[in-house]
Write a protein that binds this ligand. Sequence first.
Ligand SMILES: Cc1cc2nc3c(=O)[nH]c(=O)nc-3n(C[C@H](O)[C@H](O)[C@H](O)COP(=O)(O)OP(=O)(O)OC[C@H]3O[C@@H](n4cnc5c(N)ncnc54)[C@H](O)[C@@H]3O)c2cc1C
Length: 423
Amino acid sequence: MGDSKHVVIVGGGFGGISVAKKLKRSNVDITIIDKSNHHLFQPLLYQVATAALSPGDIAVPIRAILGERKGLKVLLGNVTEVNKKKQFVALENGQKVNFDYLVLAPGAQYNYFGNDGWKKHAPGLKSVGDALQIRERLLLSLEKAEQLEDPKLREPYLTFVVIGGGPTGVEMAGAIGEIAKRNMMRDYNTFSKNETRIFLVEAAPKILNGYPDSLSEQARETLEEMGVRVLTNTPVTGISESKVSFSEGAIDTPNIIWAAGVAASPLLSSLETKQDRTGRVFVEDDLSIPGNDNVFVIGDAAHKKDKSGNPLPALAPVAIQQGKFLGNLIQNELKDKERTSFNFVDKGTMATIGRAKAVADIRGFKFSGFFAWILWSVVHIFFLIGFRNRFKVFVEWMWHYFTFKRGVRLITDRFSENEDPGN
Ligand SMILES: Cc1cc2nc3c(=O)[nH]c(=O)nc-3n(C[C@H](O)[C@H](O)[C@H](O)COP(=O)(O)OP(=O)(O)OC[C@H]3O[C@@H](n4cnc5c(N)ncnc54)[C@H](O)[C@@H]3O)c2cc1C
Protein backbone atom coordinates (compact mmCIF):
# COMPACT_ATOMS: atom_id res chain seq x y z
CA MET A 1 0.00 0.00 0.00
CA GLY A 2 1.26 3.53 -0.75
CA ASP A 3 1.04 6.87 1.10
CA SER A 4 -2.73 7.05 0.79
CA LYS A 5 -4.93 6.71 3.86
CA HIS A 6 -5.88 3.12 4.56
CA VAL A 7 -9.58 2.36 5.12
CA VAL A 8 -10.26 -1.06 6.63
CA ILE A 9 -13.81 -2.37 6.35
CA VAL A 10 -14.90 -5.36 8.41
CA GLY A 11 -17.89 -7.10 6.81
CA GLY A 12 -18.91 -7.40 3.17
CA GLY A 13 -22.66 -7.20 3.85
CA PHE A 14 -24.99 -4.38 2.85
CA GLY A 15 -23.14 -1.73 4.90
CA GLY A 16 -19.53 -2.76 4.15
CA ILE A 17 -20.06 -3.18 0.40
CA SER A 18 -21.74 0.24 0.16
CA VAL A 19 -18.74 1.96 1.79
CA ALA A 20 -16.28 0.12 -0.45
CA LYS A 21 -18.23 0.91 -3.63
CA LYS A 22 -18.48 4.57 -2.70
CA LEU A 23 -14.73 4.78 -1.99
CA LYS A 24 -13.60 2.79 -5.01
CA ARG A 25 -12.92 5.86 -7.12
CA SER A 26 -11.18 7.91 -4.41
CA ASN A 27 -7.56 8.16 -3.45
CA VAL A 28 -7.56 5.73 -0.51
CA ASP A 29 -6.31 2.20 -0.01
CA ILE A 30 -9.12 -0.14 0.94
CA THR A 31 -9.02 -3.52 2.66
CA ILE A 32 -12.34 -5.30 3.11
CA ILE A 33 -12.29 -8.31 5.41
CA ASP A 34 -15.07 -10.86 5.66
CA LYS A 35 -15.21 -14.31 7.22
CA SER A 36 -17.07 -15.55 4.16
CA ASN A 37 -16.03 -14.88 0.55
CA HIS A 38 -19.43 -13.64 -0.56
CA HIS A 39 -21.93 -10.87 -0.09
CA LEU A 40 -25.28 -12.41 0.85
CA PHE A 41 -28.70 -10.96 0.04
CA GLN A 42 -30.26 -12.06 3.34
CA PRO A 43 -33.83 -10.89 2.56
CA LEU A 44 -34.19 -13.79 0.09
CA LEU A 45 -32.45 -16.42 2.23
CA TYR A 46 -35.79 -17.95 3.19
CA GLN A 47 -36.33 -18.78 -0.49
CA VAL A 48 -33.14 -20.88 -0.46
CA ALA A 49 -34.33 -22.55 2.75
CA THR A 50 -37.65 -23.40 1.09
CA ALA A 51 -36.17 -24.67 -2.19
CA ALA A 52 -37.35 -21.79 -4.39
CA LEU A 53 -33.88 -20.37 -5.17
CA SER A 54 -30.29 -21.68 -5.25
CA PRO A 55 -27.55 -20.15 -3.06
CA GLY A 56 -25.78 -18.74 -6.15
CA ASP A 57 -28.88 -16.69 -6.99
CA ILE A 58 -28.52 -14.56 -3.85
CA ALA A 59 -24.80 -14.71 -3.00
CA VAL A 60 -22.02 -13.04 -5.01
CA PRO A 61 -18.25 -13.25 -4.33
CA ILE A 62 -17.04 -9.97 -2.79
CA ARG A 63 -14.11 -9.91 -5.23
CA ALA A 64 -16.53 -10.10 -8.16
CA ILE A 65 -18.56 -7.14 -6.82
CA LEU A 66 -15.61 -4.85 -6.23
CA GLY A 67 -13.47 -5.87 -9.19
CA GLU A 68 -9.86 -4.92 -9.68
CA ARG A 69 -8.27 -1.68 -8.56
CA LYS A 70 -4.81 -0.70 -7.28
CA GLY A 71 -4.79 -0.48 -3.48
CA LEU A 72 -7.99 -2.53 -3.07
CA LYS A 73 -7.63 -5.78 -1.17
CA VAL A 74 -10.24 -8.39 -0.25
CA LEU A 75 -9.25 -10.60 2.69
CA LEU A 76 -11.00 -13.78 3.81
CA GLY A 77 -10.72 -13.85 7.58
CA ASN A 78 -12.49 -13.68 10.91
CA VAL A 79 -11.70 -10.44 12.75
CA THR A 80 -11.47 -11.17 16.46
CA GLU A 81 -10.16 -7.94 17.97
CA VAL A 82 -9.98 -4.20 17.40
CA ASN A 83 -7.13 -2.21 18.92
CA LYS A 84 -8.27 1.41 18.75
CA LYS A 85 -5.14 2.84 20.31
CA LYS A 86 -2.60 1.09 18.07
CA GLN A 87 -5.01 1.29 15.12
CA PHE A 88 -5.09 -2.33 13.95
CA VAL A 89 -7.55 -5.21 13.72
CA ALA A 90 -6.47 -8.75 14.52
CA LEU A 91 -7.65 -11.80 12.63
CA GLU A 92 -8.18 -15.29 13.97
CA ASN A 93 -5.09 -16.50 12.06
CA GLY A 94 -2.92 -14.00 13.97
CA GLN A 95 -2.60 -11.50 11.10
CA LYS A 96 -2.79 -7.80 12.02
CA VAL A 97 -4.10 -5.15 9.64
CA ASN A 98 -3.35 -1.49 10.39
CA PHE A 99 -5.86 1.23 9.60
CA ASP A 100 -6.24 5.00 9.37
CA TYR A 101 -10.02 4.68 9.21
CA LEU A 102 -11.92 1.62 10.43
CA VAL A 103 -15.49 0.80 9.42
CA LEU A 104 -17.10 -2.03 11.36
CA ALA A 105 -20.09 -3.60 9.61
CA PRO A 106 -20.17 -7.13 11.03
CA GLY A 107 -23.99 -7.35 11.22
CA ALA A 108 -25.86 -9.42 13.78
CA GLN A 109 -26.46 -13.04 14.70
CA TYR A 110 -29.32 -14.98 16.25
CA ASN A 111 -29.84 -14.69 19.96
CA TYR A 112 -31.20 -17.70 21.85
CA PHE A 113 -31.66 -15.62 25.01
CA GLY A 114 -29.11 -17.62 27.01
CA ASN A 115 -30.41 -21.02 25.76
CA ASP A 116 -27.57 -21.78 23.36
CA GLY A 117 -28.43 -25.50 23.47
CA TRP A 118 -31.57 -24.69 21.45
CA LYS A 119 -29.51 -23.70 18.41
CA LYS A 120 -28.74 -27.29 17.46
CA HIS A 121 -32.42 -28.21 17.22
CA ALA A 122 -33.81 -24.89 15.97
CA PRO A 123 -31.41 -23.41 13.42
CA GLY A 124 -31.66 -19.70 12.64
CA LEU A 125 -31.54 -18.31 9.13
CA LYS A 126 -28.48 -16.13 8.69
CA SER A 127 -26.07 -17.77 6.26
CA VAL A 128 -26.15 -19.94 3.15
CA GLY A 129 -25.14 -22.86 5.39
CA ASP A 130 -28.16 -22.23 7.64
CA ALA A 131 -30.54 -22.09 4.67
CA LEU A 132 -29.20 -25.32 3.19
CA GLN A 133 -29.46 -27.05 6.54
CA ILE A 134 -33.09 -25.96 6.94
CA ARG A 135 -33.91 -26.97 3.34
CA GLU A 136 -32.41 -30.40 3.92
CA ARG A 137 -34.32 -30.90 7.17
CA LEU A 138 -37.64 -29.94 5.59
CA LEU A 139 -37.14 -32.21 2.58
CA LEU A 140 -35.89 -35.13 4.69
CA SER A 141 -38.88 -34.79 6.99
CA LEU A 142 -41.31 -35.10 4.08
CA GLU A 143 -39.37 -38.17 2.88
CA LYS A 144 -39.60 -39.68 6.36
CA ALA A 145 -43.37 -39.07 6.45
CA GLU A 146 -43.71 -40.77 3.05
CA GLN A 147 -42.09 -43.90 4.53
CA LEU A 148 -44.52 -44.17 7.48
CA GLU A 149 -47.90 -45.83 6.95
CA ASP A 150 -49.29 -44.95 10.42
CA PRO A 151 -50.70 -41.35 10.41
CA LYS A 152 -49.96 -40.97 14.15
CA LEU A 153 -46.29 -41.85 13.64
CA ARG A 154 -45.86 -39.50 10.68
CA GLU A 155 -47.61 -36.54 12.34
CA PRO A 156 -44.41 -34.98 13.83
CA TYR A 157 -42.69 -35.13 10.42
CA LEU A 158 -45.57 -33.23 8.85
CA THR A 159 -45.48 -30.55 11.55
CA PHE A 160 -43.40 -27.37 11.18
CA VAL A 161 -42.84 -24.74 13.86
CA VAL A 162 -41.38 -21.30 13.10
CA ILE A 163 -40.46 -19.32 16.22
CA GLY A 164 -40.58 -15.52 15.92
CA GLY A 165 -43.27 -13.51 14.16
CA GLY A 166 -41.06 -10.81 12.60
CA PRO A 167 -40.74 -10.45 8.80
CA THR A 168 -38.40 -13.47 8.52
CA GLY A 169 -40.73 -15.72 10.55
CA VAL A 170 -43.77 -14.56 8.57
CA GLU A 171 -42.00 -15.14 5.24
CA MET A 172 -40.72 -18.53 6.33
CA ALA A 173 -44.10 -19.71 7.67
CA GLY A 174 -45.85 -18.50 4.50
CA ALA A 175 -43.36 -20.30 2.26
CA ILE A 176 -43.63 -23.54 4.25
CA GLY A 177 -47.42 -23.15 4.10
CA GLU A 178 -47.19 -23.05 0.30
CA ILE A 179 -44.97 -26.13 0.19
CA ALA A 180 -46.84 -28.18 2.74
CA LYS A 181 -50.36 -27.24 1.78
CA ARG A 182 -49.96 -26.89 -1.91
CA ASN A 183 -47.23 -27.14 -4.42
CA MET A 184 -45.10 -30.14 -3.41
CA MET A 185 -47.87 -32.28 -2.00
CA ARG A 186 -48.84 -33.89 -5.27
CA ASP A 187 -45.38 -35.51 -5.35
CA TYR A 188 -46.14 -37.63 -2.27
CA ASN A 189 -48.53 -40.59 -2.16
CA THR A 190 -48.70 -41.69 1.47
CA PHE A 191 -50.05 -38.52 3.07
CA SER A 192 -52.34 -35.66 2.12
CA LYS A 193 -51.96 -31.91 2.54
CA ASN A 194 -54.63 -31.99 5.28
CA GLU A 195 -52.17 -33.81 7.53
CA THR A 196 -49.54 -31.05 7.44
CA ARG A 197 -49.49 -28.52 10.28
CA ILE A 198 -47.55 -25.25 10.33
CA PHE A 199 -47.28 -23.09 13.46
CA LEU A 200 -45.92 -19.55 13.70
CA VAL A 201 -45.16 -18.89 17.37
CA GLU A 202 -44.70 -15.38 18.76
CA ALA A 203 -44.19 -14.27 22.38
CA ALA A 204 -45.65 -10.77 21.79
CA PRO A 205 -49.39 -10.05 21.37
CA LYS A 206 -49.03 -9.54 17.59
CA ILE A 207 -46.92 -10.65 14.65
CA LEU A 208 -44.95 -8.10 12.60
CA ASN A 209 -44.37 -6.00 15.69
CA GLY A 210 -43.34 -2.53 14.54
CA TYR A 211 -45.76 -2.60 11.60
CA PRO A 212 -49.13 -0.81 11.84
CA ASP A 213 -51.82 -2.94 13.57
CA SER A 214 -53.93 -3.17 10.39
CA LEU A 215 -51.05 -4.75 8.45
CA SER A 216 -50.18 -7.15 11.29
CA GLU A 217 -53.80 -8.27 11.37
CA GLN A 218 -53.87 -8.58 7.57
CA ALA A 219 -50.70 -10.71 7.65
CA ARG A 220 -52.22 -12.95 10.32
CA GLU A 221 -55.44 -13.44 8.35
CA THR A 222 -53.52 -14.24 5.16
CA LEU A 223 -51.32 -16.78 6.95
CA GLU A 224 -54.36 -18.43 8.50
CA GLU A 225 -56.07 -18.65 5.11
CA MET A 226 -52.92 -20.44 3.92
CA GLY A 227 -53.27 -22.98 6.74
CA VAL A 228 -50.67 -21.53 9.13
CA ARG A 229 -51.75 -21.46 12.79
CA VAL A 230 -50.53 -18.25 14.39
CA LEU A 231 -49.91 -18.52 18.15
CA THR A 232 -49.33 -15.10 19.74
CA ASN A 233 -48.63 -14.44 23.46
CA THR A 234 -46.85 -17.81 23.41
CA PRO A 235 -43.26 -17.65 24.69
CA VAL A 236 -41.19 -20.78 24.10
CA THR A 237 -39.92 -22.41 27.29
CA GLY A 238 -37.95 -25.32 25.87
CA ILE A 239 -36.65 -26.86 22.65
CA SER A 240 -35.35 -30.39 22.19
CA GLU A 241 -34.58 -32.55 19.16
CA SER A 242 -38.22 -33.45 18.69
CA LYS A 243 -40.31 -30.98 20.72
CA VAL A 244 -41.06 -27.30 21.30
CA SER A 245 -42.49 -26.56 24.77
CA PHE A 246 -44.56 -23.65 26.05
CA SER A 247 -45.86 -22.88 29.53
CA GLU A 248 -49.06 -24.63 28.45
CA GLY A 249 -48.40 -27.63 26.23
CA ALA A 250 -45.90 -28.67 23.59
CA ILE A 251 -45.68 -29.52 19.90
CA ASP A 252 -43.91 -32.71 18.80
CA THR A 253 -41.77 -32.13 15.73
CA PRO A 254 -38.14 -32.21 14.61
CA ASN A 255 -38.87 -29.28 12.23
CA ILE A 256 -38.16 -26.20 14.31
CA ILE A 257 -36.86 -22.93 12.85
CA TRP A 258 -35.63 -20.03 14.93
CA ALA A 259 -36.48 -16.54 13.65
CA ALA A 260 -36.70 -14.76 17.01
CA GLY A 261 -34.27 -12.30 18.65
CA VAL A 262 -30.96 -11.09 17.27
CA ALA A 263 -27.79 -9.90 18.95
CA ALA A 264 -25.03 -7.79 17.43
CA SER A 265 -21.65 -9.30 16.57
CA PRO A 266 -19.47 -10.37 19.56
CA LEU A 267 -16.54 -8.56 17.91
CA LEU A 268 -18.02 -5.24 19.06
CA SER A 269 -17.21 -5.86 22.73
CA SER A 270 -13.50 -5.43 21.94
CA LEU A 271 -14.26 -1.75 21.15
CA GLU A 272 -14.84 -1.19 24.88
CA THR A 273 -17.50 1.40 24.24
CA LYS A 274 -21.14 1.61 25.33
CA GLN A 275 -23.45 -1.04 23.86
CA ASP A 276 -27.22 -1.49 24.12
CA ARG A 277 -29.14 -4.52 25.44
CA THR A 278 -28.64 -6.42 22.16
CA GLY A 279 -24.95 -5.54 21.88
CA ARG A 280 -25.28 -2.74 19.32
CA VAL A 281 -22.74 0.06 19.72
CA PHE A 282 -24.03 3.57 20.46
CA VAL A 283 -22.66 5.80 17.70
CA GLU A 284 -22.36 9.56 17.28
CA ASP A 285 -24.25 11.53 14.62
CA ASP A 286 -21.40 10.91 12.13
CA LEU A 287 -21.50 7.14 12.97
CA SER A 288 -18.14 7.21 14.76
CA ILE A 289 -17.79 5.79 18.25
CA PRO A 290 -17.44 8.20 21.18
CA GLY A 291 -13.83 9.32 21.64
CA ASN A 292 -12.53 7.79 18.36
CA ASP A 293 -13.43 9.79 15.30
CA ASN A 294 -11.68 7.39 12.90
CA VAL A 295 -13.59 4.27 14.05
CA PHE A 296 -17.14 3.86 12.71
CA VAL A 297 -19.85 1.27 13.26
CA ILE A 298 -22.74 0.87 10.81
CA GLY A 299 -25.70 -1.35 9.92
CA ASP A 300 -27.11 -3.97 12.28
CA ALA A 301 -24.11 -3.47 14.59
CA ALA A 302 -24.87 0.21 15.29
CA HIS A 303 -27.35 1.84 17.64
CA LYS A 304 -28.22 5.12 15.94
CA LYS A 305 -31.32 7.03 16.94
CA ASP A 306 -33.78 8.51 14.45
CA LYS A 307 -35.25 12.02 14.77
CA SER A 308 -37.85 10.79 17.29
CA GLY A 309 -35.20 9.22 19.51
CA ASN A 310 -35.96 5.60 18.55
CA PRO A 311 -33.13 3.31 17.39
CA LEU A 312 -33.06 2.77 13.61
CA PRO A 313 -34.31 -0.70 12.66
CA ALA A 314 -31.97 -3.52 11.62
CA LEU A 315 -32.83 -3.31 7.93
CA ALA A 316 -30.84 -3.38 4.71
CA PRO A 317 -31.73 0.21 3.65
CA VAL A 318 -30.31 1.56 6.94
CA ALA A 319 -27.01 -0.27 6.39
CA ILE A 320 -26.84 0.78 2.71
CA GLN A 321 -27.54 4.47 3.43
CA GLN A 322 -25.04 4.49 6.30
CA GLY A 323 -22.40 2.89 4.05
CA LYS A 324 -22.89 5.51 1.33
CA PHE A 325 -22.85 8.29 3.93
CA LEU A 326 -19.51 7.08 5.34
CA GLY A 327 -17.97 6.72 1.89
CA ASN A 328 -18.83 10.37 1.25
CA LEU A 329 -17.68 11.45 4.71
CA ILE A 330 -14.22 9.91 4.27
CA GLN A 331 -13.85 11.36 0.76
CA ASN A 332 -14.89 14.82 2.01
CA GLU A 333 -12.55 14.66 4.99
CA LEU A 334 -9.61 14.03 2.67
CA LYS A 335 -10.58 17.32 1.00
CA ASP A 336 -10.70 19.05 4.42
CA LYS A 337 -14.45 19.39 4.33
CA GLU A 338 -16.49 19.41 7.57
CA ARG A 339 -18.31 16.29 8.73
CA THR A 340 -22.11 16.17 8.56
CA SER A 341 -24.68 14.08 10.48
CA PHE A 342 -26.31 10.91 9.20
CA ASN A 343 -30.07 11.07 8.62
CA PHE A 344 -32.00 8.00 7.54
CA VAL A 345 -34.55 8.42 4.75
CA ASP A 346 -37.32 5.89 5.41
CA LYS A 347 -38.81 4.78 2.10
CA GLY A 348 -41.15 2.23 3.72
CA THR A 349 -41.32 -1.39 4.87
CA MET A 350 -42.69 -4.52 3.25
CA ALA A 351 -43.03 -8.21 4.06
CA THR A 352 -44.15 -11.01 1.79
CA ILE A 353 -46.36 -13.84 3.01
CA GLY A 354 -46.40 -16.12 0.00
CA ARG A 355 -47.17 -16.30 -3.70
CA ALA A 356 -48.88 -13.06 -4.71
CA LYS A 357 -49.37 -11.95 -1.07
CA ALA A 358 -47.54 -9.21 0.85
CA VAL A 359 -48.08 -6.24 3.15
CA ALA A 360 -46.52 -2.79 2.66
CA ASP A 361 -46.32 0.52 4.51
CA ILE A 362 -44.87 3.12 2.16
CA ARG A 363 -44.63 6.50 3.87
CA GLY A 364 -47.91 5.94 5.73
CA PHE A 365 -49.71 4.48 2.71
CA LYS A 366 -50.67 0.98 3.89
CA PHE A 367 -51.75 -1.75 1.50
CA SER A 368 -51.64 -5.52 1.10
CA GLY A 369 -52.29 -8.32 -1.41
CA PHE A 370 -51.19 -8.69 -5.03
CA PHE A 371 -50.07 -5.08 -5.60
CA ALA A 372 -47.94 -5.13 -2.44
CA TRP A 373 -46.39 -8.41 -3.64
CA ILE A 374 -45.55 -6.98 -7.07
CA LEU A 375 -43.88 -4.00 -5.40
CA TRP A 376 -42.00 -6.31 -3.02
CA SER A 377 -40.80 -8.41 -5.98
CA VAL A 378 -39.66 -5.40 -8.02
CA VAL A 379 -37.76 -3.88 -5.08
CA HIS A 380 -36.04 -7.15 -4.24
CA ILE A 381 -34.99 -7.81 -7.84
CA PHE A 382 -33.73 -4.23 -8.11
CA PHE A 383 -31.55 -4.48 -4.99
CA LEU A 384 -30.00 -7.85 -5.90
CA ILE A 385 -26.40 -7.38 -6.98
CA GLY A 386 -25.59 -8.19 -10.61
CA PHE A 387 -27.65 -8.53 -13.78
CA ARG A 388 -27.19 -12.32 -13.87
CA ASN A 389 -28.74 -12.75 -10.42
CA ARG A 390 -31.60 -10.36 -11.17
CA PHE A 391 -32.37 -12.20 -14.39
CA LYS A 392 -32.12 -15.67 -12.80
CA VAL A 393 -34.32 -14.77 -9.83
CA PHE A 394 -36.89 -13.14 -12.13
CA VAL A 395 -37.05 -16.28 -14.29
CA GLU A 396 -37.30 -18.57 -11.21
CA TRP A 397 -40.14 -16.47 -9.81
CA MET A 398 -42.04 -16.48 -13.10
CA TRP A 399 -41.63 -20.25 -13.31
CA HIS A 400 -42.78 -20.64 -9.72
CA TYR A 401 -45.71 -18.25 -10.21
CA PHE A 402 -47.12 -20.09 -13.21
CA THR A 403 -46.24 -23.69 -12.30
CA PHE A 404 -46.36 -23.58 -8.45
CA LYS A 405 -43.15 -25.69 -8.60
CA ARG A 406 -40.06 -25.20 -6.49
CA GLY A 407 -36.99 -26.14 -8.47
CA VAL A 408 -34.26 -26.70 -5.90
CA ARG A 409 -35.53 -29.70 -3.97
CA LEU A 410 -32.21 -31.48 -3.63
CA ILE A 411 -31.15 -33.48 -0.61
CA THR A 412 -27.40 -33.56 -0.87
CA ASP A 413 -26.44 -35.16 2.47
CA ARG A 414 -24.49 -32.02 3.15
CA PHE A 415 -25.24 -32.01 6.84
CA SER A 416 -25.19 -35.11 9.00
CA GLU A 417 -27.85 -35.29 11.68
CA ASN A 418 -26.17 -33.35 14.42
CA GLU A 419 -23.69 -31.34 12.46
CA ASP A 420 -23.80 -27.59 12.84
CA PRO A 421 -23.01 -25.90 9.53
CA GLY A 422 -21.74 -22.86 11.39
CA ASN A 423 -22.33 -19.23 10.57
C1 LIG B 1 -33.39 -14.00 7.05
C2 LIG B 1 -33.29 -12.52 6.99
C3 LIG B 1 -34.24 -11.78 6.29
C4 LIG B 1 -34.17 -10.39 6.21
N1 LIG B 1 -35.10 -9.72 5.48
C5 LIG B 1 -34.97 -8.38 5.32
C6 LIG B 1 -35.88 -7.66 4.49
O1 LIG B 1 -36.81 -8.23 3.92
N2 LIG B 1 -35.68 -6.30 4.34
C7 LIG B 1 -34.65 -5.66 4.97
O2 LIG B 1 -34.49 -4.45 4.77
N3 LIG B 1 -33.81 -6.30 5.78
C8 LIG B 1 -33.94 -7.65 5.97
N4 LIG B 1 -33.06 -8.32 6.78
C9 LIG B 1 -32.06 -7.54 7.53
C10 LIG B 1 -30.86 -7.16 6.65
O3 LIG B 1 -30.37 -8.29 5.98
C11 LIG B 1 -29.80 -6.56 7.57
O4 LIG B 1 -30.33 -5.40 8.18
C12 LIG B 1 -28.55 -6.18 6.78
O5 LIG B 1 -27.97 -7.34 6.23
C13 LIG B 1 -27.54 -5.48 7.69
O6 LIG B 1 -26.40 -5.17 6.94
P1 LIG B 1 -24.97 -5.16 7.65
O7 LIG B 1 -24.01 -4.70 6.61
O8 LIG B 1 -25.05 -4.44 8.94
O9 LIG B 1 -24.69 -6.69 8.02
P2 LIG B 1 -24.70 -7.98 7.12
O10 LIG B 1 -25.34 -7.76 5.82
O11 LIG B 1 -25.23 -9.07 7.99
O12 LIG B 1 -23.17 -8.26 6.82
C14 LIG B 1 -22.26 -8.55 7.84
C15 LIG B 1 -21.03 -9.18 7.20
O13 LIG B 1 -19.98 -9.18 8.14
C16 LIG B 1 -19.32 -10.44 8.11
N5 LIG B 1 -18.74 -10.62 9.43
C17 LIG B 1 -19.41 -10.71 10.61
N6 LIG B 1 -18.54 -10.82 11.64
C18 LIG B 1 -17.31 -10.83 11.10
C19 LIG B 1 -16.00 -10.92 11.66
N7 LIG B 1 -15.79 -11.03 12.97
N8 LIG B 1 -14.95 -10.90 10.80
C20 LIG B 1 -15.13 -10.78 9.46
N9 LIG B 1 -16.36 -10.69 8.89
C21 LIG B 1 -17.43 -10.69 9.70
C22 LIG B 1 -20.40 -11.42 7.75
O14 LIG B 1 -19.86 -12.59 7.16
C23 LIG B 1 -21.24 -10.61 6.77
O15 LIG B 1 -20.83 -10.79 5.44
C24 LIG B 1 -33.12 -9.72 6.88
C25 LIG B 1 -32.18 -10.43 7.63
C26 LIG B 1 -32.26 -11.83 7.68
C27 LIG B 1 -31.25 -12.60 8.46
